[in-house]
Design a protein around this ligand. Structure first.
Ligand SMILES: [Cu+2]
Length: 143
């Protein structure tokens, strides 16, 4: 009985693969320059071109101690940020992270971000493999 369990598990995995899966593409990843110990916010676009939904579960980078998915919200007229939890990625849909909305916050940067820098960020998903993207540090418009 016990010997048959791994085979059963393999069959389960195989049947999962037959369903429409997600097909995640990440693009346009950028961050503003930072000063001193200030945290950085990364913005990017995630597109799910597959037939199955997926979820963004987290992120990490060698460039910072911590990477968290944050959501902006206004409470009593004051803009605040909170942990966003997992981000739903419906099939054939696109999530655009922009200033004032969802972003990936980097805390404990190894070095302040300067215009022209680039570094790798890895995004983790529930239904697909980790994906790495290069983040470009850009000067804000008009500055
Ligand atoms: Cu934040």
């Amino acid at each position: 009985m016990i010997r048959q369990l791994p085979i059963f598990a393999l069959l389960l995995l195989a049947s999962c693969g037959q369903q429409g899966g997600s097909d995640i593409r990440i693009s346009n990843a950028w961050a503003r320059p930072t000063i001193g110990q200030a945290p950085a916010a990364v913005y990017l676009t995630i597109e799910n071109k597959g037939d199955g939904a997926d979820r963004l579960t987290g992120a990490f980078t060698d460039h910072a101690a911590m990477a968290m998915v944050h959501q902006n919200e206004v409470v009593g007229g004051v803009a605040r940020m909170r942990m966003a939890g997992e981000i739903n990625l419906p099939a054939h849909d696109k999530i655009e992270m922009k200033p004032g909305g969802t972003h990936i916050m980097l805390e404990g940067l190894r070095a302040p971000l300067r215009t022209g820098d680039e570094f790798d960020l890895v995004l983790k998903f529930r239904g697909s493999e980790d994906q790495s993207i290069t983040v470009n540090v850009l000067k804000p418009e008009g500055q």
